[in-house]
Ligand binder design. Structure first.
Ligand SMILES: NC(=O)c1ccc[n+]([C@@H]2O[C@H](COP(=O)([O-])OP(=O)(O)OC[C@H]3O[C@@H](n4cnc5c(N)ncnc54)[C@H](O)[C@@H]3O)[C@@H](O)[C@H]2O)c1
Length: 460
């Protein structure tokens, strides 16, 4: 199963990386958008060994070094694929200085698309004000560092709850170190104790996509809404690559494109309008009858009907809210009923948007629906946890799709450049992030909104 990682027609990136345009853009002080390293089966976890260090009293560093694919640097001159700081247990400004020292000592050795990863405990679970301040300080440090890195390198922070088992962090650490997280930059992810038994899958459940062994979604039943094209088709491809039985769902009007996607990935096509009053009942009946259950539901289907609020009619408002939010609320409610075919260890993942975080002119309906998704995810996570189910969202920024290709030149260029990686993301970047959240080993990640935006300044 080949997953599309083809770069877009980003004329500026091509120019800034050729023999003539490269020096010119450097002279003019313009950014050089790097060719990002993306996941290919069999590739090493990182492009070069990792330097792993400590600042604090925690002991996660040894655990990280034991993960498959994490290779400790042995030569002081080797170019680094990753710089990992275990700052768990950090609670003083002196330890914060140790963190700075470690990170800055490794920065000059980072290779292209290298990863900087900081692990710490959450500020809101600190003993005392100083410890809370020192842990929160890491947030500012990492987000700023992400803006300073070059050549496709990224920096992210993981707040690990003190009661999480080391294995609960595995899927997240491996994802953020790997090429799968190419467009996830400057983010803060929280990991707690796994909500379900599936969390004990740990490394075994995650290593496949990291290019080590196995396939994390083997045999799992995954539904992707809006799978006929764009981001939805990429999500279906990634889950199929990782071993899932993928049910590709879209409206009947997209029947041909839907069939093309499902045939390409060896999945199943289901024509259904998610806004139909009987859609949840029909989908659940299909899943129970045909597959005996479901493990992952990805709410990707979405529409836009842009207009300034002053000109926004009820039809535009209602249709966007119906597809983007109401259908998800109704389907999730049905999926969490006791009679539901959703299995324990289930994963619900929604596609929100940075517009739902920052707002966007002309998109009051769309942004309201995408912000509503964030509210839904946060409220539903504690409820679903009792059933061993996680609920998360991704918030894509500028992603190269047919939709963004149709934007006016100026708007498109601005969208591409106002992020730390100076380029748009690809549908596969959103898909890889969703696949990580849906892994059996990601039971400790719930109620979160992870931006896939290259650290876009929009809503930052
Ligand atoms: N492209 C971006 O830059 C971007 C950025 C942020 C968020 N998103 C979100 O990502 C998701 C996918 O976006 P895309 O760019 O691939 O869009 P797209 O328009 O290419 O694909 C959306 C799919 O959803 C399907 N769909 C719409 N209404 C449906 C319904 N009632 N029932 C079933 N299927 C339905 C469509 O037929 C289509 O195949 C959307 O939720 C979108 O809001 C996209």
């Amino acid at each position: 199963m080949t997953v599309t990682t083809k770069s877009s027609s980003d004329w500026y990136r091509a120019l800034a990386n050729n023999r003539i345009g490269g020096p010119l853009s450097q002279q003019l002080g313009l950014p050089r958008p790097a060719e990002l390293r993306r996941y290919r089966p069999g590739q090493p976890l990182t492009d070069g060994p990792a330097l792993v260090g400590n600042a604090g009293t925690g002991s996660l560093a040894d655990h990280v070094l034991s993960l498959p694919g994490v290779e400790q640097v042995s030569d002081a001159t080797d170019r680094l694929g990753a710089l990992v700081l275990d700052a768990t247990g950090l609670g003083t400004l002196e330890e914060l200085s140790v963190a700075r020292d470690f990170l800055s000592s490794g920065l000059r050795r980072l290779g292209p698309s290298a990863r900087v990863l900081v692990l710490a405990n959450p500020p809101d679970q600190a003993d005392g004000v100083t410890a809370a301040a020192a842990r929160q300080a890491l947030d500012g440090l990492v987000r700023s560092l992400a803006k300073e890195l070059r050549d496709g390198a990224t920096a992210n922070l993981v707040y690990v709850a003190p009661d999480a088992a080391p294995a609960d962090t595995d899927s997240t650490v491996l994802f953020l170190l790997s090429a799968r997280s190419a467009y996830v930059d400057g983010q803060v992810v929280r990991v707690g104790p796994s909500v379900g038994t599936a969390g004990s899958a740990g490394v075994a459940g995650t290593a496949g996509a990291a290019g080590v062994t196995g396939s994390p979604h083997t045999g799992r039943v995954v539904v992707v809404t809006g799978a006929a094209r764009g981001i939805g088709a990429a999500i279906a491809e990634v889950f199929a690559r990782d071993g899932a039985i993928v049910v590709c769902l879209d409206v009947p009007a997209q029947g041909d494109a839907l069939a093309a996607t499902s045939n390409r990935i060896g999945g199943l096509a289901l024509q259904l309008d998610i806004t139909a009053p009987d859609a949840p009942a029909r989908l659940l009946e299909y899943l129970a009858g045909r597959h005996g259950g479901v493990d992952v539901v990805v709410h990707n289907a979405g529409i836009t009907r842009d207009k300034l609020l002053v000109n926004m009619d009820a039809e535009r408002w209602d249709s966007v809210l119906a597809v983007n939010l109401r259908a998800q609320l109704d389907l999730n409610a049905a999926l969490l009923e006791p009679s539901s075919p959703l299995r324990s260890g289930g994963r619900l993942v929604s596609v929100s948007s940075t517009s739902g975080i920052a707002g966007n002119r002309g998109q009051t309906n769309y942004a309201a629906s995408k912000a509503g998704i964030i509210g839904m995810v946060r409220a539903l996570a504690p409820v679903a946890a009792g059933q061993g189910v996680t609920v998360n969202a991704v918030a894509p920024g500028f992603i190269e799709t047919e939709m963004t290709a149709a934007m006016p030149f100026g708007t498109r260029e601005a969208g591409r450049r106002i992020n730390s990686l100076h380029q748009g993301g690809l549908p596969v970047d959103v898909a890889e992030t969703i696949a990580w959240l849906a892994e059996p080993g990601s039971g400790g990640v719930t109620g979160q909104v992870v931006r896939v935006c290259g650290q876009s300044m929009v809503g930052a």
